[in-house]
Design a protein around this ligand. Structure first.
Ligand SMILES: Cc1cc2nc3c(=O)[nH]c(=O)nc-3n(C[C@H](O)[C@H](O)[C@H](O)COP(=O)(O)O)c2cc1C
Ligand code: SF4
Ligand code: SF4
Length: 259
């Protein structure tokens, strides 16, 4: 029996959750979803699989749709246990239902689906809370990971809720994916940019290349805001000023206390 957790993350919330879960569950592999899409053979012989990813605009990121509807569908894995953890900022809404529908269409059924509230990284609408509040939220996240791990170790069942109008919301989400890739046109690189290239390094979908010391966006954007949050100079601005002003957040590498 071989086990793996596949994760996708922008600012780093879901990456840290996936890391903590792997440590607690002792799964064999921790794999970034873009790598799995490039090399599906990484999942050969996997019988226990976990998916960890954020909710963007009320659904899974576009790359998670590719993983499920193309990679996993093509692999036809014989799984004993499949779990899905969605990280979110307080409004998971139809995302678990949409994911469930994608999985069913690809020939899979998740045994366990759960969500975990994190700090919301969508700064056009929300403000990153002050350090003290962040610590309280991190503590809660650690506790929730602990509880979920016990359930996952016991291979408990927890299915996604079947919400009404699922097909309609699924279609709305699917149509929104097309427009999303171009939304990097909303990013402005200010004079504070030093050309360090960190934005290109952290972009999880290689949507940024450096040309003559400046980041260039390639319009295959997930709108994950990793580039924005991780820029050390805060040199990425938005065409439209965020409703609550500019704030930045880089999550800890792990939410499990190291003490
Ligand atoms: C573009 C974008 C859209 C988001 N949409 C939602 C949403 O619809 N519902 C929600 O609860 N949180 C939403 N969030 C918050 C993220 O789901 C949350 O911060 C998540 O933990 C980010 O994970 P990551 O750092 O791994 O990308 C959104 C964040 C971003 C950047
Ligand atoms: S991370 Fe910021 S400073 Fe560095 S290249 Fe990107 S925009 Fe410029
Ligand atoms: S360019 Fe788009 S996908 Fe890449 S880090 Fe920035 S927001 Fe995320």
């Amino acid at each position: 029996m071989k086990s793996a957790i596949c994760w996708f993350s922008g600012a780093g919330n879901s990456k840290a959750v996936a890391h903590d879960l792997q440590q607690r569950l002792g799964y064999d592999h921790l794999l970034a979803i873009p790598e799995v899409i490039k090399n599906p053979a990484l999942l050969t012989d996997i019988t226990t699989l976990g998916l960890v990813f954020p909710i963007y605009f009320f659904g899974p990121p576009a790359i998670v749709r590719i993983l499920i509807s193309e990679t996993l569908k093509g692999l036809e894995l014989k799984l004993d246990y499949l779990f899905v953890i969605l990280t979110h900022g307080g409004l998971p809404f139809y995302a678990p239902t949409i994911t469930d529908r994608l999985l069913a269409d690809a020939g899979y059924a998740a045994s366990y689906v759960n969500t975990i509230a994190m700090i919301d990284t969508y700064i056009p609408l929300f403000k990153i809370p002050k350090e003290e509040k962040q610590q309280a939220i991190h503590f809660k996240i650690g506790k929730k990971i602990e509880t979920m791990s016990s359930s996952l170790l016991a291979q408990n069942l927890r299915v996604a809720m079947r919400l009404p109008f699922a097909r309609q919301f699924h279609n709305i989400w699917q149509n929104s994916l097309v427009k999303r890739s171009n939304k990097d046109k909303n990013f402005i690189i200010t004079d504070q940019c030093t050309g360090c290239g960190i934005c290109a390094q952290v972009c999880p979908v290689q949507n940024i290349v450096m040309e003559r010391g400046q980041p260039i966006f390639l319009h295959t954007c997930e709108q994950c805001f990793a580039c924005f949050h991780h820029c050390p100079e805060h040199a990425i601005a938005l065409q439209r000023t965020p409703v609550r002003g500019y704030t930045w957040y880089t999550p800890p590498n792990t939410f499990i206390s190291q003490e």
